[in-house]
Design a protein around this ligand. Sequence first.
Ligand code: G3P
Length: 216
Amino acid sequence: MKFFVDTADTADIADLAATGLLDGVTTNPSLIAKSGRDFLEVTREICALVDGPVSAEVVALDHEGMMREAEILRKIASNVCIKVPLTVDGLKTCKKLTGDGTMVNVTLCFSANQALLAAKAGATFISPFIGRHDDNGFDGLDLIRDMRLIYDNYAFGTEILAASIRHPVHVLECAKIGADVMTAPPAVIRQLFKHVLTDKGIEGFLADWAKTGQSL
Ligand code: G3P
């Protein structure tokens, strides 16, 4: 399973990239706003921090506008992945861009039928929003299960990028179902490293080591 971080905070991205476990980055207009940075400038900086795909989202709602914005964004770096919303114009744009060899992440996916359309449009990634699905009384993980089944039925190459991940159990369940990628906020990725018994074990080993009076 690939790990992407869902943020536009370059300090967090650099810190997580240093673990060697980061495969890419996703951003969206809300995360860019939160960073307080210039969109193009921060995207350029992020693209230099990771080798993998960096999703940068268009804000136009019409196909022509999306294509115009995608032209600007894809010039930033070769690892830019254009993020488009799951709308008719978004999928038209997806088809055109992937046909030209540009990576596309289709975002705001809330149904398996939408995911089927994105795969048919040649999307590189499809982003189902698990947390927001849960927030609205649905089971976001059921959506991932349905998508996995459908994509496997037809051997679609589109990668399922589980998004709107809120906690480590989402990550675990997505890995069990077989999502190709998950994108999570930095705090959730850091939580994955933690276990109370790991901390307790280290504490015990260090206490016993101190008793030996040895040093390395
Ligand atoms: O980047 C898209 C997605 O991960 C947003 O998550 O937490 O705002 O629902 P959230």
